[in-house]
Design a protein around this ligand. Sequence first.
Ligand SMILES: [Zn+2]
Length: 87
Amino acid sequence: MRPINYECPACGAINSVTCIGAVAAQTYGPPEQCYPAEDAEIDPGACFNCNHEFDIDKVFDELPKPEDFDRDDRDDADEDGKNWSAD
Ligand SMILES: [Zn+2]
């Protein structure tokens, strides 16, 4: 979930729009680790300033590409679990 800044096309005010999800499909590797792509869910709402209702398709144009959501930031820290003998 990340907020994006979306400029109101009507008045130019910067609105914060919350974006949920958006993952690229995982189609290789073990079956239990595969999943289909998920589109981002956003609730564009309306401008806080002028109450202009946002067009969801236009807001989507402002979103980062799904690949940007799919960075593998996981650290495999198993190696750190080893106990080092300090004799
Ligand atoms: Zn506005």
